[in-house]
Design a protein around this ligand. Sequence first.
Ligand code: UDP
Ligand code: MG
Length: 341
Amino acid sequence: QEPFMQAAEASKIYVSRRQGSRPATPLLSVIVPVFNEEDVILHFLDATRPVLERSGLKYEYVFIDDGSRDATADILAARLKDGLPGRLLGLSRNFGKEAALSAGLEAAKGNIAVIIDADLQDPPELILQMLEGWRAGYDVVYGLRVDRSSDTLMKRSTAGMFYRLFDRLANIDMPANAGDFRLIDRAVIDALLRLPERNRFMKGLFAWVGFPAMALPYERPPRKAGTGKFNYWKLWNFALDGLTGFTTLPLRVWFYGGALVSLAAFAYALYLTLRAFISGIDVPGYTSLMVALLFFSGVQLLSIGMIGEYIARLFNEAKQRPVYILQDVIEGGTTDQAEQD
Ligand code: UDP
Ligand code: MG
């Protein structure tokens, strides 16, 4: 208990922990987005159920089938029919993990929610420690990946670059190397549900809503089975979503860049004019012309492209389409029923 609380205090961000006691018999919602996870989903249930039983809490699973094209939904539906507590939300197609998480948060009934991947890269045993942190007064207890050696070098270095850039540009404190694996209190869920945006970069939104938070370091193991769902193109766009969602600096920087360039251009024009007056017309200069032309057309395209990134996202927000479409909901049992049999 003691070392744990020390770690909690050391990793504290934002505000001090909540005073006062927590409800004695809270309901825990376990939010699990699944997309083609038939190879691993039974392992996941086998690994998480004993932990949840050990917690002594009432709990419910909230699975979100993000348009799986394999047996994932069938497997889960069968288990829910057999009394597995919770429900399965079937989305009408693949909307992506961020949308699936939003669906899960909306459907969760718990006083607490734990967001966890189905592939067992988020160790279920940590849930017990997260609950300890919650009881101690933290509304957010997030897993911090201290050892990402299960990720490729390329993924680690690009992720590192992203976190550094995000930290520089965005004016929220988003902890580096924290994933979606975390426990959040009902207060945080309700705050997240109030955010109307379509661009749901969850890690950023978690940080944006604030609340007392602590980190729980862990080593991220490789996937238990099945394959990863994110390629580099997806990750690149995910990073752009994150940056454009939380900073307008890439838009505003061109104003200062443009001002500097104009100043330099004015000085150079003055120099050229004076030189023409003093030492006469001097025609050669093809190289400098060409270089300046290419350079500045590049800069212009880049800046227009950046504006385009924002406009595209504005366009998506303006359409006001829902974040996801629910196709069906399959209800399972409850922990109270499970206790009876
Ligand atoms: N996932 C999802 N929709 C998607 C992609 C992924 O619901 O479009 C789920 C997936 O089933 C898993 C979690 O999100 O439970 C994390 O996916 P993955 O393991 O592929 O991501 P990584 O560990 O590489 O970040
Ligand atoms: Mg994974």
